[in-house]
Design a protein around this ligand. Structure first.
Ligand code: DAH
Length: 339
């Protein structure tokens, strides 16, 4: 028996394995229930009493050496670097699924690009705002019915704090820290307390524009908006300005573009008028300039504000506003090529 143990000890010291399968085969051969060492253990009871001590010690040594050797082989095997010739360099790569830009981001970026080329820079402001920046500084008098034009989300414990209802608040933020010439656009998200339907949502996106300098006139406004409409909707696009009312502009107007579905002839989309509304605009009311620290006897300015969803609706004929926030990848995938 001792001779058999010696022989196994030698075998074990010389063991080698090149793969997980080989290693497992060795473990089974030596250490499993039916393995060589267990067989010897089973024969141990036939060993004469006076030899039991010496044989028992040798047997334990054998078992420990076998366990250590196999563990060492396993470790060496696991730490082995996979060499290039073991890799299949001809295998085709896994397909990488690319995401798509959201349609509202595509359109917002396009609006930003157009106005950047016209010399506008980008300004930013907080979505959680105070009454001053959203209303008072924009010439909405306290308790004036004009405040009801926009259903506002207020913070219950702080009635002065609210979710901005329009990006016009960023006009005020820009004016309070800079002096003319000011030429900015302010893209951002706005919130209104509206029931969600295909044509209204409790949050949406706007791009505000503001230009203040000496001698800025309504003509400048009109030309910039015409340029924008042509770049956004095509060179044949016509615009028309209708008188309107906003507290922060005087005079104020709403701008329509010629319906690009029927080319202005009249269709269900434009309700047979040939025109669709896309934005509000006007000359900055001198009271707004003064409230924000700009001398209205020296400077004049124009402002405009447009809804990104509205423009996206028109450009891509998306009829249901809710699609923009549902994150249905089948819808989003349709804008892959517009990225
Ligand atoms: N703030 C207006 C709204 O949310 C949009 C707007 C109209 C912005 C006229 C302007 C403007 O700057 O001059 O309905």
């Amino acid at each position: 028996m001792l001779a058999k143990i010696e022989q196994l000890l030698q075998e074990i010291d010389g063991l080698k394995a090149d793969s997980a399968e080989q290693l497992e085969a060795l473990r089974i051969k030596y250490l499993s229930k039916k393995g060589a060492i267990n067989d010897l253990m089973a024969d141990f009871r036939h060993v004469p009493a006076e030899q039991k001590k010496a044989v028992g010690m040798k047997l334990n040594e054998l078992k420990n050496r076998a366990q250590e050797r196999i563990a060492a082989l396993k470790e060496a095997f696991e730490n082995q670097d996979t060499t290039a010739d073991e890799m299949d360099l001809t295998r085709t790569a896994y397909p990488v699924a690319l995401g798509t830009r959201h349609p509202l981001s595509i359109v917002r970026n396009e609006i930003i690009n157009i106005f950047s080329r016209l010399g506008f820079t980008i300004a930013d402001g907080p979505e959680v705002e105070d009454d001053w920046h959203v209303f008072s500084s924009m010439n909405f008098p306290e308790d004036h019915p004009a405040r009801d034009m926009q259903d506002t989300f207020f913070i219950e414990s702080h009635p002065d704090i609210l979710l901005r209802t329009h990006t016009s608040s960023v006009q005020s933020r820009v004016m309070e820290v800079s002096q003319p010439p000011i030429r900015v656009i302010c893209p951002g998200r706005v919130y209104r307390n509206e029931a969600i339907s295909y044509r209204a949502h409790c949050f949406f996106h706007q791009v505000e524009g503001l230009y203040i300098d000496k001698n800025v006139s309504f003509t400048d406004l009109k030309q910039v908006l015409l340029q924008f409409a042509r770049e956004m909707f095509g060179p044949e696009t016509k615009i028309r300005l209708r008188p309107s009312y906003f507290p922060f502009t005087e005079p104020s107007a709403e701008m329509d573009i010629s319906c690009d579905i029927c080319g202005g002839k009249g269709c269900p989309f434009c309700k047979y008028t040939g025109w669709v509304e896309i934005l509000g605009c006007g000359m900055v009311d001198p009271a707004v300039l003064e409230a924000n620290g700009i001398d209205s006897s020296v400077y004049t300015g124009y402002a405009f504000g447009m809804g990104v969803e509205r423009i996206t609706n028109l450009k891509y004929k998306v009829k249901d506003l809710r699609m923009f926030s549902e994150n249905d990848t089948r819808f989003l995938k349709e804008f892959e090529s517009a990225n």
